[in-house]
Design a protein around this ligand. Structure first.
Ligand SMILES: [Zn+2]
Length: 137
């Protein structure tokens, strides 16, 4: 296989570059009667560039928005239905519903994006001569 830019055959797959240039591990030892354990992670700049996409995580802002909307609903709904405990009930139920709905919707869209990025990463190669990267199906 040759690089589409410079026709060099010095090309490597992203996943290999990543594995080759990334080291993580634990070291343990004793010093001055103290036991120490340290985790180390090191990565070459090229391995960093060839890293796989990060797995999606729920973002805090959506929990915050859910919370604020629920507080608003609690005041509005509780006032409308006439009572503090109605407000609390509205607050709890709208918070649960919002977090659930957003979790499902966002989780799905993030997962789809992650999957497509991951598939792209799996098909990515880097040329060690000219430094360009490219995808091969
Ligand atoms: Zn090249």
């Amino acid at each position: 296989m040759n690089c589409p830019y410079c026709d060099s055959n010095n090309v490597r797959k992203f996943s290999l570059v990543y594995e080759d240039g990334t080291s993580r591990g634990k070291s343990e030892g004793f010093s001055d009667n103290a036991h120490y354990e340290s985790e180390h992670f090191s990565q070459t700049p090229l391995a960093k560039r060839c890293s796989p996409p990060e797995a999606p995580e729920p973002s805090a802002i959506f929990f915050l928005i859910s919370f604020l909307v629920s507080v608003y609903a609690a005041f509005k709904g509780g006032f409308f239905m006439g009572g503090f405990w109605w407000g609390v009930g509205v607050f709890v139920s709208s918070l649960v519903i919002l977090i659930f709905l957003w979790g499902v919707l966002l989780g799905k869209s993030k997962k789809n994006r992650y999957d497509s990025e991951y598939m792209k990463w799996e098909k990515s190669w880097v040329c060690l001569k000219c430094g360009k990267d490219f995808q091969i199906d």
